[in-house]
Design a protein around this ligand. Sequence first.
Ligand code: 5GP
Length: 241
Amino acid sequence: MAKNELIFNGNEKQVFSTDDPTRVIFRYKDVTTAYHGVKRARFAGKGALTNQISALLLGYLNENGVETHYISTIDEREQLCRMIEIIPLEVVFHNRIAGSLATKLGVEDGMKPANTILDLCYNNDELGDPLINRDQAVALNLATYQELDLMYDIVRRSGKLLTDLLHKAGIELVDAKFEFGRAADTGAIIISDELSPDTCRMWDEATGERLDKDRFRLDLGDMVDSYGIVLEKLKNVMEAE
Ligand code: 5GP
């Protein structure tokens, strides 16, 4: 499929239109940012890793009854995806309380609650992606109550599927951020952004080592090596399935 115009140039990804209005091409960059773009660096090979990890995780959800925007992998850096109308909301799934949630609640980073926690955030960089509640989201016309119910259901199912899959690979899914859109081809609400160590916290179950973007956020050492470990572990477990 022909790659046409650049329609979105994000920090870590670019999106191109194609000759089919219901299809786009996602290109993963080597750039990494944190703290809403305040911290920024380039790591050779990072884009190829997030592209491949995301393809495996999104493909796995597709195969297990959760619709996502991912269609197929084009090459090391690019994937073919479904065009969507963006819903500017994020739902963050937490198996553990880590990062900004731990700071907000004043608990130890990594505390394990008995329940899973879902947070709804307004995807708005200028406001710093604040927490928003359902009534506020509906008041801003970001989504309907019915769509919010669907998004929560998708996140609960996806969170469980990914937690179990990563566990088989010896990786603990600590938390994960999901974004959504309305698919241009069917109108369905689908997951519409990457799932990778850039958007999910992933800890090595054996050592507790952080294998995700916290390596960059917290200056813990090489990030590309860790993303490579995640990819290898995932490939091994998925090939065996
Ligand atoms: P926190 O609120 O601690 O920053 O993030 C919670 C989880 O959601 C982490 O897995 C984090 O990677 C992901 N997350 C939340 N917001 C963003 C964002 O704007 N960009 C990225 N890459 N990940 C995010």
